[in-house]
Design a binder for this molecule. Sequence first.
Ligand SMILES: [Zn+2]
Ligand SMILES: [Zn+2]
Length: 162
Amino acid sequence: MEEIAEKSKEKKLGRFKELCKQRSIKLTPQRLIIYEALLNNNDHPSTDMIYQQVRQAFPTISFDTVNRTLLTFYDMGLAGVVEGSGNPKRFDGNLKKHHHFQCLQCRRIVDVYNEQYDAIPIPQELRERYHILNLTVHLEGICDQCKADGEQQEESECQSLL
Ligand SMILES: [Zn+2]
Ligand SMILES: [Zn+2]
């Protein structure tokens, strides 16, 4: 399994280099490491999360550079931005068709794969009016971990009342 993940990462890096060449975007070590950080982070990182990671290799890199680079990747179609997640923007290196669940308590964003969601039809009225390229479902709520924490807390609160 891990080997497959490694291979797909290599493939993505190859595509990245190719795209940079095509659009005459200079392939700097900073850009490469930012892209790698994005690929290695399944947590839908914010600019700050990527910045903290990249800074370890490039102590002089600025937050602004990281932010601009991530937005460039988005423009190039190399990164997604999770919609509906509020501020700060959260980036996504996973370009496969998928949806999201966001926990309103811990702000965690999890990938959701669901064939039923993939097949949601776009109403004709909207199709006529707009040229629609993408439909993504964004779920919000309380995640399993936070739910379990909440139940535990409730339990201990009850106990302290006894
Ligand atoms: Zn949570
Ligand atoms: Zn995602």
